[in-house]
Design a protein around this ligand. Structure first.
Ligand code: F1P
Length: 610
């Protein structure tokens, strides 16, 4: 949520900051701002509501200059979308602050600061950081010790970068609950909430740990842990692709990412399976020893990643004989739950920074889970660093807010995990062979499936004036129906609900009329006949249906039922294959409706606040 970039250099850093913000814009995009500090101590701030481009236009008009600077793209939490609420926030025209996260005790901090004579010019919680640091500075402290003292008074989450007009040679940064990464340059150093922002200027990164405070100058980076002790943190060479920010000729990142799926799934499988099954140490050294003891799996995730977990439950129980629960992270972390003996906790996350998922992992450690595994797309992210085992999905940077290729690579990872856990829990030879063979066929099947795009474009026209829709699936296609509904609501703003089609009679049938399109996912599997009965129930009530079906499923289309052929595939990979047409449907509906596909309203890519 929100994006931060900062730089301390000899050159003018304004272009570096703006480029960084553009690369982070997918994380938050309702307003943006930059503060620049010249060696002479001149402090300039420019803020705009709207996209980063609005800010860039304003900056171009001002000829803004500064060799130290901080910038921010905002996703509003406290305070509406106004220029006054956009970051950076100032205190007394001296201290400038950008912040991701929420200062939960800001109301009492604010009341105190007002009593001491501070005037607030915004409705944000962030402004309390600026005034608190200012108060410490005027008592004679350095910027570093002012920030170290100030953070002791904050409850909640923050990744924050602070500048002092009286000391233009440095920024001080603090991390607690909201990620920050330092980028190391030659005679210049940088800070950002995500390495993506800094890839044009460096590949060498230090990921700050919880509670770290760091002082960054052109030539030096000093890091202190939560107790104020100086610490060394590892420097990591990033292998994230530099041009991941490019649309490669596609109209939207989302469409590019949908079309990348055959390639990224191939990458996810490469060197991990061969003709005999999984290769060695696919889930990391020591994983086999852990897996041999696993009797239960608890999966935790949010949003699309949660749907991957729900699908995995079908696979783990059906093929690997391992009992499995799946729960939304924000629920898991606030209820008492019972830990089964020999339980493996699995978190799933594209970003690896989702606040609730991370908090759930930390809670699970306290609860005594045997071990933790994360299935994640971002190397070096908090979930990767804090889990015992990490499996990287290798989907590459995902920029579209609505997750696509991250989801299908997560599912691919889970099929491999099913093989690994199944090996230890009596999986049949036939099942193992069928999953391995299905995985080998997956990239090509995904390519074949993407070829049905043109039919889906026509179909999308029929959704453009609809306000509601219903998605139906059974078995391991039920979570896929949920994911299809989520995609449609995220980017087209059409209300979409998903039901396990066996539940139709228990309520949703009451909604059926010709204004409510019903989307059905129908592979040719053992539940097909049951699903067909459900389809008839909808038809009998005048429903209009769009059935994505295996050719052999023999659905006969008519006025009330459009049938869209999906290539035949082996059963284990059907959930992955049927995801694609639903992604395309949402995309084309959103295109017709003219919504902001890559940055849908009110959403953000990386949800680092709870
Ligand atoms: C979870 C998630 C995504 C969704 C959006 C907001 O994120 O719900 O599934 O597409 O980007 O966050 P993550 O934990 O998978 O990063």
């Amino acid at each position: 949520m929100c994006g931060i970039v900062g730089a301390v250099a000899e050159r003018n850093v304004v272009e570096i900051l703006l480029e960084g913000l553009k690369r982070l814009e997918y994380r938050g995009y309702d307003s943006a701002g930059v503060a620049l500090l010249q060696a002479s101590g001149e402090l300039t701030r420019i803020r705009r509501t709207g996209k980063v481009q609005e800010l860039a236009d304003a900056v171009a008009q001002h000829d803004a200059l500064g060799s130290t600077g901080i910038a921010h793209t905002r996703w509003a939490t406290h305070g509406g979308v106004t220029e006054a609420n956009a970051h950076p926030h100032f205190s007394s025209e001296r201290v400038a602050v950008v912040h991701n996260g929420i200062i939960e005790n800001y109301v009492s901090l604010k009341a105190n600061l007002i009593e001491k004579g501070y005037t607030f010019t915004s409705d944000t919680d962030t402004e309390t950081i600026a005034h608190t640091v200012h108060e410490e500075l005027v008592s004679g402290k350095t910027l570093l010790s002012a920030v170290q003292s100030a953070v002791k008074t904050f409850h909640g989450a923050y990744g924050t970068v602070i500048m002092d007009k009286n000391d233009p040679s440095r920024v001080v940064v603090a991390r607690s609950g909201s990620p920050l990464v330092i980028g190391l340059g030659l005679g210049e150093n940088f800070i950002a909430s995500d390495q993506m922002a800094l890839l044009p200027v460096t590949r060498r990164f230090i990921f700050l740990e919880e509670g770290d405070v760091a002082e960054i100058t052109r030539r030096d980076v000093k890091i202190f842990d939560k107790d104020g002790a100086p610490v060394e943190r590892e420097v990591i060479e990033s292998n994230v692709e530099h041009d991941a920010g490019d649309k490669a000729g596609y109209r939207h990142y989302m469409l590019k990412e949908i079309h990348e799926q055959p390639t990224v799934v191939r990458n996810a499988l490469q060197h991990r399976i061969d003709d005999n099954g999984l290769t060695k140490d696919v889930f990391g050294e020591g994983a086999d020893a852990i897996f041999s003891k696993v009797k239960h799996v608890q999966i935790i995730a949010c949003g699309t990643s949660y749907h991957a977990g729900m699908t995995a439950r079908y696979w783990l129980e059906q093929y690997a004989n391992v009992s499995c629960n799946v729960e939304i992270a924000s629920e898991f972390r606030y209820r008492k739950s019972v830990v089964h003996p020999n339980s493996l906790l699995i978190t799933i996350s594209q970003s690896g920074e989702t606040a609730d998922t991370l908090a759930a992992l930390r809670l699970a450690k306290e609860l005594g889970y045997m071990s933790s595994l994360t299935i994640c797309n971002v190397p070096g992210s908090s979930l990767v660093r804090e889990s015992d085992l990490a499996f990287m999905t290798k989907a590459g940077a995902e920029i579209g807010v609505a997750s696509t290729k991250a989801f299908t690579t997560q599912l691919t990872a889970f099929l491999m995990l099913t093989l690994a856990l199944g090996k230890e829990n009596g999986m049949t030879e036939a099942d193992s062979k069928s999953i391995v063979s299905a995985l080998h066929s997956l990239p090509a099947k995904l390519e074949e499936t993407l070829a049905i795009t043109s039919g889906i474009e026509d179909l999308a026209e029929e959704f453009a004036d609809k306000h509601h829709s219903l998605f139906l699936g059974r078995g391991d296609q039920y979570p896929i129906a949920m994911e299809g509904a989520l995609k449609l609501k995220e980017i087209s703003y059409i209300h979409a609900e998903a039901y396990a089609s066996g539940e139709l009679k228990h309520g949703p049938l009451a909604l059926i009329d010709d204004e409510m399109p019903v989307i059905v996912v129908a592979p040719n599997n053992e539940l097909l006949e049951k699903l067909k009965s459900n389809v008839e129930e909808v038809r009998a009530r005048g429903g209009i249906m769009y059935v994505f079906a295996d050719k052999d499923a023999a659905f006969a289309g008519d006025d009330t039922m459009r049938v869209i052929d999906v290539p035949h595939c082996e059963a284990p990979i059907a959930p992955i294959i049927y995801t694609l047409p639903l992604q395309l449907l949402s995309y084309y509906v959103a295109l017709i409706k003219g919504t902001d596909v890559d940055q849908p309203r009110n959403l953000a890519k990386s949800v680092t606040v709870e």
